[in-house]
Design a protein around this ligand. Sequence first.
Ligand SMILES: Nc1ncnc2c1ncn2[C@@H]1O[C@H](COP(=O)(O)OP(=O)(O)OP(=O)(O)O)[C@@H](O)[C@H]1O
Length: 429
Amino acid sequence: MTERDWRIFREDFNIQYKGSNNSLPMRNWEEGNFPREIMKAIEKAGYKKPSPIQMAAIPLGLAQRDVIGVAETGSGKTAAFVIPMLTYIMRQPPLTEVTYADGPYAVVLAPTRELAQQIEEETAKLAEFTPYKTVSIVGGQSIEEQGTKLRKGCEIVIATPYRLIDCLERSYAVLNQCNYIVLDEADRMIDLGFEPQVLGVMEAMPSTNLRPENEEDEKHDRKAIYRTTYMFSATMPMAVERLARKYLRRPIVVNIGNAGRATDNVSQRVVVCKENEKANRLEQELDLVDEKRAIVFVNTKRQCDNVYGKLDTLGYRCAVLHGGKSQEQRETSIKGFRDDTYNILIATDVAGRGIDVPDVALVINYDMPNTIEAYTHRIGRTGRAGKKGTALTFLTLSDTDVFFDLKKLLEDSKAPVPPEASTPRTHML
Ligand SMILES: Nc1ncnc2c1ncn2[C@@H]1O[C@H](COP(=O)(O)OP(=O)(O)OP(=O)(O)O)[C@@H](O)[C@H]1O
């Protein structure tokens, strides 16, 4: 293809690069030249063709370039970093009883337990035909058991930052030969105050393989191993850019679509109402959705239990997901929502990020979140993998702080803006 053809190809898939990049997008899986074990897993997963973020980011990971990936929710970011990660590991000497002691070859950090476990499932799916072991290191489970699993050795660790730092400090984990790190939902990890722990993990990795500051000093030996850092998220605030400047070497920014914009597959509706009208409206909406899957987001654990109590009494098949529940209760809720034991999940923002349950038809913001980023991630739980979805938000006079950002996002998405939500804040007060 000519340069003009490539430009048209990038425009068709809304792929934008920033940084000195000489890798071309991967138009189909065959162009990735992956080991056959990985191709077999991709075929078994039913991934007919790569999604745009995979087309752009996978070739960069294969070339061991540092990548900042910014894409809409539900666009396939997980496979976009897992596939090059597995290919990188397959290029390393197989680990043995002895060399396992130097730790894993790769680490993936995620902000929440649920997202870490979902990444572990996607990794297990894609690594099915390889001999590689993955250990999940998240809170809410016994750290001693996790230490035992780590001592047995693994190629990949998927972790939440706080628990991994705890394991490093107790010498349950070492990262002496880890040259591949992924920071998924990086903005959320910073929001949650995990920056010190993320820095601690980066510092525990060998610095000998950092790509040189200037390109001329790069080794021109194709077999050279450089540390690869992948940073992914659907929004990219300043704090994350600062982290990238500190730890990534001449990263290539891959932007698919307009970062932070709600996906086009989600039709958004906003209803302005009073707090005491929400329960009735919720019932009306759930009756319309019939037995399809719906997620109802609320802002507090108390509200979560309150809405659950109302719906359970009315006979709805519903479950709750919030930080006040035990890890076992949270896993039961997610598992039951996946296997259709429940078709309604009532959740706080712990489920808002990165949770991927197929065929969620409706997301209801029973409470409007406090930030527009949280709104974007919540509604991204529907309209995934190219399917359509609906998001309905109840807005009250106590949400005026976010009216302006919401109105702008709705206008950008060409979604209807209720007249009450478009009046200036002073008037509302
Ligand atoms: N190439 C593909 N073809 C079809 N389906 C895919 C492909 N890649 C990933 N998927 C599926 O799409 C869904 C969304 O993938 P994933 O969870 O990685 O999205 P994401 O961009 O990480 O979303 P989030 O921002 O919520 O983390 C998953 O069910 C995954 O199995």
